[in-house]
Design a protein around this ligand. Structure first.
Ligand code: ADP
Ligand code: MG
Length: 559
């Protein structure tokens, strides 16, 4: 058998152009070829389970090897293999028709990830790093002959008799000068770790030596021998492929460590698992955060059937959940198209909504089942929840039942509880309820104490997001105004009717006031004599808010 031919394609030579477009992402050739080998392996398994293949399946695995001297990288599998006819059909024709379509549609595309794969160009990504690619393959079919295909990146190819004696395929890439960086153990290992870590078929890359116990010596001490075993780089059964009922908490924690080896344990997690109207699995983790945004975004990894695609999950995951960690896997997300296409995609929108809902449901469940532990976690979760309430109305509507407000006395309230608590005392004649907050409890301590004295509660709103959260609350809550405690506000607070009487007589108060007034006369301070209860402030000396700001500005040189 010998055949030479020309690949039918309008463009004289597509490879230089593919190479140019895909320049930034050369490393994905390995993902594409290993994925093909995995696909071929899955296919033979399926054929066997359908009774269409009765031979031995053998030890199903994919092997990645390289030879620095010969400048080759080889991907081998014992999957279903190809006949010469199939090579012509799947490699020559189909891929090239995809290539033509690709050429027409994506002349101006820049990002390889947007394009490759979608048009069945996966196999040809080998030419980004190789100047010659060889296929050696033997089909599983009865009586199949081994076949060999060679192509040097022009439109000329050659099919001859092959040399494989067992079922499966080798893809041998003769690495070009530009691709020499890939003839390196660490480089290959790194790429495999990134893209292939959770593929469903074992991927072997080299071997490793392990010590194994081998009986005991005369003194009864264990004896060891060194054994060489395959270095399998992947975990074929990551937890997101399992049913939640099969898993215990430790499995989730272990997996978290596998994803982010140096992170603290997460607070809790959400197992995503849906197959209608779209298919999506995954695990999202709530990381521990300090009370700021000192936490890394883009920690969610997107997979498609266990192949890593990207950690750019914008549009798929709601913006406010970008701080979560974990994995989502969906074959229904269009992977290789442009951003605008992604935003318009119906599935992507549904997935986005689904994730929002699952997160809200999980939080509601945590709140309901163990409020105390929910309160303890609030300093970490509060950030997400507030961010979500500000940025998505749908989330606000769910979160308003479990979002917590904290006051300066470290008490927690739901929005509803807080309303019930403060409405009786903090409502103006015109029916507006006044919520007070402080964004700097140390500095605003005098005001807080004054407010408390009038039986006004003061909320603690001192995280970076709270400015926006306060504005959101004011907008959402009916007949409520949310004010920062300062001199003006305190001044206007209605006094509680049954406030305890001063222990000083009016005469005494007046006397003390005169003394203080004299002392601070030039400074525009306002003096109020309160009481002489030992645990309260007897006298408050405040500056008018307007004057205070003027002074600040003057001090800054602006005034
Ligand atoms: P896709 O994987 O999207 O179909 P590719 O360009 O990656 O596109 O591969 C084209 C086709 O070549 C595959 O669909 C498959 O039929 C065939 N093929 C590629 N690699 C292998 C392999 N290792 N074993 C068997 N068939 C393969
Ligand atoms: Mg492919």
């Amino acid at each position: 058998m010998q055949e030479k031919g020309t690949i039918s394609i309008h463009t004289e030579n597509i490879f230089p152009i593919i190479k140019k477009f895909l320049y930034s992402d050369h490393e994905i050739f390995l993902r594409e070829l290993v994925s093909n080998a995995v696909d071929a392996t899955q296919k033979i398994k399926r054929l066997a389970s359908l009774g269409q293949y009765n031979g031995e399946l053998g030890d199903l695995k994919v092997e990645v090897a390289f030879d620095e001297a010969a400048k080759t990288i080889t991907i081998s599998d014992n999957g279903l293999g190809m006949t010469a006819e199939e090579i012509k059909k799947y490699i020559n024709q189909i891929a090239f028709s995809g290539a033509t379509e690709f050429m027409e549609k994506f002349k101006d595309a820049k990002d390889a990830n947007e394009i490759i794969g979608r048009f069945g160009l996966g196999f040809y990504s080998a030419f980004m790093v190789a100047d010659q690619v060889e296929i050696q393959t033997l089909s599983y079919q009865d009586g199949a002959e081994p076949a060999r295909w060679v192509c040097d990146g022009s439109t000329e190819f050659e099919i001859t008799e092959g040399s494989r004696t067992t079922r499966g395929t080798d893809i041998i890439m003769h690495i070009n000068a530009d691709g020499e960086e890939f003839l390196d153990k660490n480089r290959i290992q790194g790429i495999l770790d990134k893209y292939c870590k959770f593929l469903p078929v074992p991927i072997k890359f080299g071997t490793q030596t392990d010590r194994e116990q081998d009986g005991e010596d005369e003194e009864g001490k264990p004896k060891y021998t060194e054994v060489e075993t395959d270095n399998i780089i992947n975990n074929t059964n990551p937890i997101w492929t399992k049913a939640p009922s099969e898993l215990i908490d430790q499995d989730y924690l272990d997996f978290y460590k596998e994803l982010y080896p140096f992170s603290e344990d997460p607070l809790f997690w959400i197992h995503l698992n849906v197959d209608y109207p779209f298919n999506l699995t995954g695990v999202l983790y709530f990381p521990k955060v300090k009370n700021d945004f000192e936490i890394q975004k883009n920690k969610i990894k997107l997979y498609s059937r266990q192949v890593f695609i990207t950690d750019e999950v914008k549009d798929i995951v709601p913006e406010f959940l970008m701080l979560l960690h974990g994995v989502i896997d969906s074959p229904d997300i269009p992977l290789n198209v442009s951003r605008s296409f992604l935003q318009a995609d119906g599935n992507v929108k549904k997935i986005n909504n689904y994730i929002t809902k699952k997160v809200a449901d999980k939080l509601a469940e945590l709140f309901k089942s163990d409020r105390k532990s929910f309160e303890e976690k609030w300093s970490d979760i509060g950030l997400f929840v507030k961010y979500g309430m500000i940025s998505e109305d749908k989330f606000y509507d769910k979160a308003k039942d479990f979002a917590l407000l904290t006051n300066t006395k470290q008490e927690f309230f739901t929005l509803e509880e807080y309303k019930a608590k403060v409405t009786p005392n903090q409502t103006d004649k015109d029916g507006t309820t006044v919520y007070l907050y402080t964004n700097d409890p140390a500095k605003q301590d005098t005001f807080i104490q004054s407010a408390n004295k009038k039986d006004y509660d003061v909320l603690l709103m001192n995280s970076p997001i709270d400015n926006h959260f306060v504005a959101q609350l004011e907008q959402k809550l009916e007949k409520t105004s949310v004010k920062r405690v300062d001199a003006d506000v305190i001044d206007k607070l209605i006094k509680k009717e049954d406030a305890p009487a001063h222990v000083l007589t009016e005469e005494q108060s007046a006397k003390i006031k005169t003394i203080f007034d004299k002392a601070v006369a030039k400074a525009n301070f306002k003096v109020e004599i309160e009481s002489l209860n030992p645990d309260e402030l007897p006298v408050t000396v405040t500056m008018d808010e307007f004057m205070r700001r003027m002074k600040d500005m003057a001090a800054m040189g602006g005034g």
